[in-house]
Design a protein around this ligand. Sequence first.
Ligand SMILES: Nc1ncnc2c1ncn2[C@@H]1O[C@H](COP(=O)(O)OP(=O)(O)O)[C@@H](O)[C@H]1O
Ligand SMILES: O=C(O)C1=C[C@@H](OP(=O)(O)O)[C@@H](O)[C@H](O)C1
Length: 316
Amino acid sequence: MPCLGVRRQIADDQARKCGIAGLLRVGDGLLDQIGKLDEGNFKKGHDSLHNSVDEALLLKRKSEEVLFYLNERCIYLVGMMGSGKSTVAKILAEVLGYSFFDSDKLVEQAVGMPSVAQIFKVHSEAFFRDNESSVLRDLSSMRRLVVATGGGAVIRPVNWKYMKKGLSVWLDVPLDALARRIAQVGTASRPLLDQPSSDPYTAAFSKLSMLAEQRGEAYANADARVSLEEIAAKQGHDDVSKLTPTDIAIEALLKIENFVTEHSKPNSTVDDLLPSLHALYSFQQFAPSWNVRGRQSLLRSPSIQQERSFLKQWLQ
Ligand SMILES: Nc1ncnc2c1ncn2[C@@H]1O[C@H](COP(=O)(O)OP(=O)(O)O)[C@@H](O)[C@H]1O
Ligand SMILES: O=C(O)C1=C[C@@H](OP(=O)(O)O)[C@@H](O)[C@H](O)C1
């Protein structure tokens, strides 16, 4: 049973969604919503209205396609501090009609402290990590969530056990872009980077490089990788800072789609598929020259029991 904080946040989230009559759902309000998320901060000087409309429609279409395969599974975003997990997770939650959670915020609620920085200071990193694991365990029993995890959640194998109940997506952002973002917003909320320095960019870059080296392998456990360098190259940019959170959310949906379509069997039962298989065998009998792979083995129609047992094995 999820902890009280998680349940309360879900209830608030559902009420918020109902209260504004689907504005946050895929549909009419999506363009407004994306406009606000990308507002002025990203892709300045572009033909932004046109881009926003195209992007919003693509996002809507992709989210509808992905929803079919997701089958209510949760999505976990992993990546270094500042990689945009919370920003992108909110967009994904909105277009999919899922609830958004930030695991750092849930740890703060569970411990009863206002910030992760304070938890590190008053208790310890290990105490924070224990609570982070408990939060991920609670979330793993739920459906239809998009979770922005803390950047270090990937280092404990048990957290992967929880995240593998859903789908994990690694936001892979070049270190210099991360250091630029962190230098801009400051390090007060990120205790692992918070050290006095006259050059915040260089200090953040060197600490992030160290962490990335330690964690490189761990992030690669994710089911899907969204590389900002790859998206920029596809779009013909030489700099990842030109990418909007919507661009990144669309790529995340494409990568999720690739993963789920490669790894999942259709959400069907033997009874759903039996008529199609039977029709295929019958057709094969009347049109033996039909060129399908393995047609030799189809030439003699099997019994219904054989068809059932074939489908049962295939669906497992
Ligand atoms: N695509 C982006 N381009 C530029 N800045 C971004 C982008 N995505 C997020 N940011 C900014 O980077 C900072 C960190 O983003 P956030 O979503 O909080 O990252 P995380 O949850 O991974 O720590 C925020 O100030 C956010 O506005
Ligand atoms: O990388 C890390 O070890 C951490 C990342 C932070 O979350 P964000 O990735 O959301 O900044 C937060 O969990 C804590 O400061 C530790």
